[in-house]
Structures are given as structure tokens and as C-alpha cells.
Design a protein around this ligand. Structure first.
Ligand code: ADP
Length: 731
């Protein structure tokens, strides 16, 4: 290539222009300050194209950090001079895409050859090519320029290209640095923004939590206030407990009742707040509930402020949250003292009633006529021999009523259904074991609240009474006989008078007769007459005696073993109503070891009866002290049975003690005065003794003793020829 020397003026101009270009190039970094690599490369290329009169200029960036960035310059950039493009063929030759491909190949990728220069043919034109590394070993990239000018590159071109390359490197590095800083700053900003957002979010969450907690605390406080108000407003005794059972709150009523503070009430398990007898049971039940979470309900005595314990019903319920956790226990204490006492009284009275029914063998029943319902007491079930759980029906009742009394039952039912009435019936039951029970029933008809007819009845098992009455009737008939014997004593007395008359008549007549016979001449007719009168009087006396004997027709002798205790009990049963009528308080002390006596039970009972009646009579006029009467039996002098009747009556004059036993001695207006004499003769006929003794205090004691026989019976056994009192001399 031929280098043309320029004219000095031109040369100067060229150099001036070079200088200008150089200044422009040096000013580029200032222009690029703050620019991005993508802005640097085009300005660089445009400046070079313009300054060096090039046909094209090209930059390829290899530094990844520059090319990979989002806004980095493209890896290859080419600028083709405008004048060249206008030319059709040149335009074809320097088409950027092909040009890039060509330069790429030409530059190669050998960093050891940073500077290349050659004249080459591109698109049919001779072009001077020159390359310039960006960075010592193309670390940043490579720059290439081409010109058809043969003298290209001149030294000014090389200078400018070198400086441009350096400036580009500086600019790109700064841009890279800046970009990197920007990226870091952006990243920092980003992370600051993110962190700020996170912090803001966390702050918001915290704020919400705090607000939430405050609201919850306020709600809790309000809840507690409300709870306290509610608890205080409840007209009863209330305690709130923590989930583990400690007392948390009690209402003022409870504090007032117990006279204890909340602190003191917290120690209820070890204090005397709960009655010592109830405490172990209460602690056990309470602990079970707290452990299991089940409600508790018990009754216990709780101490009042003044030390009095009253019965309470204590009920506790767990209050749970939505998850079922126990928040607290709510305890309600109800004073049930009066109810409890009433219940106890009711239980007692029911027990009394049941016991009374059992003892009196009396059952109660209620019969709803229209409903056909029966309500029976336990005792009535027992009387009928029905199980308690068997429903009572008419058929069931009829199955137990004695067949002969079924008409009675029907009659009763008919009457009861007819009208509201009261009725009384006696009927019998035929029990499964063929025994017979006698029942006495009284019923009272009423209308209930709904106007329905019902009967309330009492049914008494009078079997024992029936049996006793039968025995009593028998005993009465026997005693009646003895009574007639007693009245015989009266009779005997009058007969004695009667007998006395004919006897004195006989004596008188016999005397008259003797006197008449001793007359001279004897008065035979008179004597005969008087003898006849004597016979008549004798017959009269004999008749009296015969009549007397006839009255004592039941004069067989008895010598049976007699239990004086039993005999006494029977006499008491017989005369009890009379004794009670006289307001006499009777006491019995009957010895267990009393020996049996042998004799006539009925006669001995007559003696006891006499002594009882006399004792009761002796207290008739006593008003200033209890009319006490004591009947005692005891073992006497080792082998005798002794019975004594002690009264608190007026007693008797000791001077005439023995006269009491005389026949016809009496101090009573309606007395006969034979009771004691007959009694003594009866006792003596049993080989015994009857005597009277004044008490230390008021009244007298009449006693008799009878020896027992060799085999435990009385001495009467040895006298089988025991005679009735009427046959004895005592009469
Ligand atoms: P009566 O009872 O008919 O009088 P008693 O022969 O039984 O006949 O009694 C005779 C009398 O003995 C009584 O009238 C009474 O004066 C007296 N007598 C009997 N028992 C007592 C007695 N317990 N206390 C006082 N005097 C008694």
C-alpha cells in the first residue's frame, strides 16, 4: 500500500483533528459516567467511526459479567459507516450480520494475539483491518476496525484506537463496577424492602397478637367481673374452684355463713369447716371428681359462724372450654338442714310406723275404686304372705281369703263401690300352709282431689287375739265356776245362818221335848210335837247342807304342776282393764327360777285375783301419790314359791291384822269379808301359808308361799286328797 505524504497544512489539520479526537476520546469516560455498558459500546463505536473515517468498527465483549447482565451490552456490536451503506454493493459487503461473522472468524479466540492487522478482502473490497484487545488479554473483549483506506491504520489511528480501547476498558469496567454496585445496591434494596416487609408483617402480627391478648385480657377481666357479680348475686352459697380444686372465689353469703375468709375457706380440707364425721367421705368423693372430671354431688354438715353445723347439699360442675379442658369448677351449696331433719324425722316416723305396724300386726292399704289400684304397706304384704313386688289385685286377694268368707269380701266390695262409706269387717285368710288368719279391717272412704272414690284402710291380724279370746273364754268359764265358789262363801254364810236357826230350833225343841217327857205325867203329845218339830228343823238343816253340797258338785281334786308365773300373767291379763280403770300402775317382777308348785291352777288364780283386787281397792282413795302395785314371785326359803302383792294403799290397823283373814270381816261397804278367808284356806290346802304385812312406806303386802314337791313340784303332790275350800273347815 502506498502511503501518501500529506501537505504540512493538512498534516497539521490532521494532527489537530487527531488532537480534537483525542480530547473527545478522553472526554468519553466523563460522558459515560453512570452509563450502562449497553450505552458505552455504541457511543464508542459511533465516535470511532466518525473520528477515524472508518468503514466499520466492531466490538465483541467476552466478559460474561458484562454480557450476562440484564442490561449489558450485546456481545457483538458493529457500526458501518453511513456513506458505505448508501453504496449498494458496499452495503451488501458490509452487512452487519455477515461482517460480524467474518470478524469473529478473523479475530479468533486466541487471547495471546491481541493485536491483529491485515489487509483483507471483504465483500469484494480491499479493507485494512485492525484489532485491539479490550483488556490486556481480551478479558473484556476485542475491538476491530476496518477501512478501505490503504494507509489505515495510520499512527494517529493506532493512537486513537489504543486510547479508545483503553477508554472503553475503563468505561466498561466502571460501568461494570457501577452495574455491580447497582446490582448489589438493588439486591440490598430488595432485601431491605423484603426484610422491611417481613418486619412490617411480623410487626403487624405482633400488633394483632398484642391487641388480641389485650382484648382477651379485657374480656377475661370483664368475664371475671361479671362472674363475681353473678356469683355475688346468686341467692345461695357459691364457690368457684380452679381446675385442680383449689378455692378461687366464694360469694359473700358463704363468707358470712361460715364467718371465715376466703383464705381460711381454702383450707377446708384440714379445718373444721366440714364436720369431722363427714370430712373423710367428702375428701374422697371430691378428690375422685377432680381427678376424673366428673361432677360431684354429696351431702355434708358445714360449720356456721357460731359453731353450729348444718346439712348442705354440695354440687360441683366442671366448666369447660371449646376443647373440653376444665376452666374451673362451679360449686353450689344448698342448705338442706331442715329438709334433712324433716327427712330424718320422716324416716324415723316411717320406721316407727312400720315397726308399729309390725308389732301391732297391722297393715295399711289404699284402694282407688275407679282405678282399681291398690297401695299396700309392707306389713300388709306380710300378713297376706305376698311378696313385696307382686302387684295386688282383687283376684290375688280373693285367692287368699278363706273360701267361707268370700261372700263377705264380695259384700264389702259391693258396698264400697256403691257409695262413700266407712266399713268394718272381720274375715279370715286361708294361708298356703292351711293355717287360718283372722283379720279385722276398718276402712274409710274419701274422694280424692279429682273427685275419685278411694278407701284408706287398716287391716289388723287379730289371730293371736282371737286365739287369746278363745283361751280367755275358756279361762273365764273356769273362773266363773270359781267365782261361783266364792259367791258360795257368801251363800255359805247365809246358809250357816239358816242352818243355825234350825239347829237352835232343834236344840230348843229337844230341850222342850226333854222337859215335857220329864213332866209327871209326861206331856207325850207335846213331846211328840216338839220331837216332830225337831225332826222338821233337822230336815231343814239337812236340806240346807244338801243344797250346799249340791252347789259344790265340782269338787274333784286337782294336783297338777302349776307355774305360778304363767298363772299370774293370765290373771293380770284378765283383770288388766279393771286395774287400768282404777289408774293403778302395775309392775311385775316374776322370777325365772321359780319352782313349779303342784295344785289347782284355777284355785290359785282365784287367790291371786283376790289379792290383786284387794290391793287395787286399797288404793281407791289414794290421790296424793302414784297407785303403784307390784306383783313379785320369787324362790322362798330355798324350796318354796312365794308370790307377793304389794300396794301403796291405806294399809290396815296392825291391831286387827289377824282379823283380816276371818270370814265376814270387811271394811268395805260392798265387801263380803270372805275373800281372804277363802284364799287362806286354798293356800293352806296347798300346804302353804298366806299372810299380810304392813309396808315400811304406805300400803301393805299380802304374800303366800307354797312348797314345791320332791320332783320340783309342790308339796301338794303328797296330798292327793286335796280338797276344795268348800270342803274345808275354813268354811
Ligand atoms: P272383802 O274384800 O270383801 O272385804 P276380804 O276378806 O278379801 O273381804 O278382805 C277383808 C278385809 O281385809 C278388807 O275389807 C280390808 O279391810 C282388809 N284388806 C284386805 N286386803 C287389804 C289390803 N291390801 N290393804 C288393806 N286392807 C286390806
Amino acid at each position: 500500500m502506498k502511503v501518501q505524504l500529506e501537505h504540512p497544512v493538512d498534516e497539521i489539520k490532521r494532527l489537530q483533528r487527531c488532537m480534537n479526537d483525542l480530547v473527545s476520546l478522553l472526554a468519553l469516560p466523563a460522558m459515560w459516567s453512570g452509563s450502562k455498558p449497553s450505552d458505552i459500546v455504541p457511543t464508542l463505536l459511533d465516535s470511532l467511526l466518525r473520528m477515524l473515517d472508518l468503514d466499520f468498527v466492531y466490538v465483541s465483549l467476552t466478559n460474561l459479567s458484562l454480557t450476562n447482565m440484564v442490561d449489558a451490552a450485546p456481545s457483538e456490536t458493529v457500526r458501518v459507516a453511513r456513506g458505505s451503506q448508501e453504496h449498494q454493493s458496499q452495503e451488501q459487503m458490509f452487512r452487519p450480520r455477515e461482517l460480524c461473522a467474518f470478524l469473529n472468524r478473523w479475530l479468533g479466540d486466541n487471547p495471546q494475539k491481541p493485536y491483529l492487522q491485515e489487509r483483507s478482502r471483504i465483500g469484494g473490497e480491499e479493507v485494512s483491518l485492525v484489532s485491539w484487545p479490550l483488556g490486556v488479554q481480551r478479558e473484556i473483549g476485542v475491538m476491530a476496525a476496518g477501512s478501505r483506506r490503504v494507509e489505515f491504520p495510520r499512527d494517529t489511528d493506532t493512537l486513537l484506537l489504543g486510547i479508545a480501547a483503553n477508554q472503553a476498558v475503563i468505561g466498561l469496567q466502571q460501568a461494570q463496577l457501577l452495574t455491580e454496585q447497582k446490582r448489589v445496591a438493588d439486591e440490598l434494596d430488595q432485601s431491605v424492602v423484603q426484610r422491611t416487609a417481613e418486619l412490617a408483617a411480623a410487626n403487624e402480627v405482633l400488633r394483632r397478637e398484642v391487641a388480641e391478648r389485650r382484648r382477651a385480657e379485657e374480656a377475661l377481666a370483664a368475664g371475671k367481673r361479671n362472674l363475681r357479680l353473678i356469683v355475688e348475686g346468686i341467692p345461695g352459697f357459691v364457690a368457684l374452684l380452679t381446675p385442680d380444686g383449689s378455692v378461687e372465689l366464694v360469694n359473700p353469703q358463704l363468707v358470712e355463713y361460715t364467718g371465715r375468709t376466703l383464705e381460711e375457706l381454702r383450707l377446708w380440707g384440714t379445718s373444721d369447716t366440714i364436720h369431722a364425721d363427714d370430712l373423710p367421705r367428702v375428701v374422697q368423693l371430691f378428690t375422685q371428681s377432680i381427678t376424673s372430671g366428673n361432677p360431684y354431688d354429696f351431702e355434708a354438715r358445714i360449720r356456721r359462724f357460731d359453731g353450729v353445723y348444718r346439712w348442705f347439699q354440695v354440687r360441683g360442675l366442671p366448666v369447660r372450654d371449646a376443647d373440653g379442658r376444665i376452666l374451673r369448677w362451679c360449686s353450689l351449696l344448698t342448705d338442706i338442714d331442715e329438709r334433712k331433719r324433716a327427712e330424718d324425722a320422716l324416716k324415723r316416723s316411717e320406721a316407727f310406723l312400720a315397726e308399729g305396724q309390725r308389732l301391732s300386726r297391722m297393715g295399711c292399704c289404699c284402694w282407688g275404686v275407679e282405678t282399681g289400684e291398690f297401695t299396700w304397706s309392707e306389713e300388709l304384704h306380710r300378713i297376706f304372705g305376698f311378696e313385696l313386688d307382686v302387684p295386688v289385685t282383687f283376684d290375688l286377694i280373693a285367692s287368699r281369703v278363706h273360701p267361707e268368707d268370700i261372700p263377705l269380701l264380695n259384700d264389702m266390695v259391693e258396698k264400697a263401690r256403691g257409695a262413700v262409706t266407712d266399713f268394718e269387717y272381720e274375715y279370715r285368710l286361708l294361708m298356703p300352709d292351711d293355717s287360718v288368719k283372722y283379720l279385722h279391717m276398718i276402712a274409710h272412704g274419701i274422694r280424692d282431689n279429682d273427685g275419685r272414690l278411694e278407701y284408706i284402710g287398716a287391716v289388723q291380724d287379730v289371730t293371736q287375739r282371737q286365739i287369746s279370746e278363745e283361751a280367755l273364754a275358756k279361762a273365764r268359764s273356769e273362773l266363773q265356776h270359781v267365782a261361783s265358789v266364792t259367791s258360795l262363801a257368801t251363800l255359805t254364810a247365809s246358809i250357816a245362818h239358816e242352818v243355825n236357826q234350825p239347829l237352835s230350833g232343834i236344840v230348843t225343841n229337844a230341850g222342850t221335848c226333854l222337859r215335857m217327857l220329864t213332866l209327871d205325867p209326861p206331856n207325850v203329845d207335846g213331846a211328840r210335837e216338839t220331837a216332830r218339830r225337831t225332826i222338821r228343823d233337822g230336815n231343814r238343816a239337812s236340806d240346807v247342807i244338801t243344797r250346799l253340797r249340791a252347789l259344790f258338785s265340782k269338787k274333784h281334786t286337782l294336783a297338777d304342776p302349776v307355774d305360778l308365773n304363767d298363772a299370774t300373767r293370765e290373771v293380770i291379763a284378765l283383770s288388766l282393764s279393771e286395774i287400768q280403770r282404777n289408774r293403778v300402775i302395775l309392775r311385775c317382777e316374776l322370777a325365772d327360777d321359780l319352782p313349779l308348785v303342784r295344785g289347782d291352777r284355777v284355785q290359785l288364780q282365784q287367790v291371786i285375783l283376790n289379792l290383786l283386787r284387794n290391793a287395787s281397792d286399797a288404793m281407791n282413795t289414794v290421790h296424793d301419790r302414784p297407785r303403784e302395785l307390784l306383783i313379785r314371785t320369787e324362790l322362798y326359803e330355798g324350796d318354796q314359791a312365794l308370790l307377793s302383792v304389794r300396794d301403796a294403799g291405806l294399809g290396815y290397823d296392825p291391831q286387827i291384822a289377824e282379823r283380816l283373814f276371818e270370814t265376814f270381816y270387811t271394811t268395805k261397804n260392798d265387801g263380803m269379808g270372805v275373800g281372804l278367808s277363802v284364799s287362806r284356806s286354798i293356800i293352806e290346802s296347798h300346804q302353804g301359808r298366806l299372810w299380810a304385812k304392813l309396808n315400811d312406806g304406805p300400803g301393805a303386802t299380802f304374800s303366800f308361799s307354797i312348797p314345791r314337791g320332791p320332783d320340783g313340784a309342790t308339796g301338794a303332790e303328797s296330798n292327793h286328797d286335796m280338797r276344795m275350800p268348800a270342803d274345808t273347815d275354813a268354811y
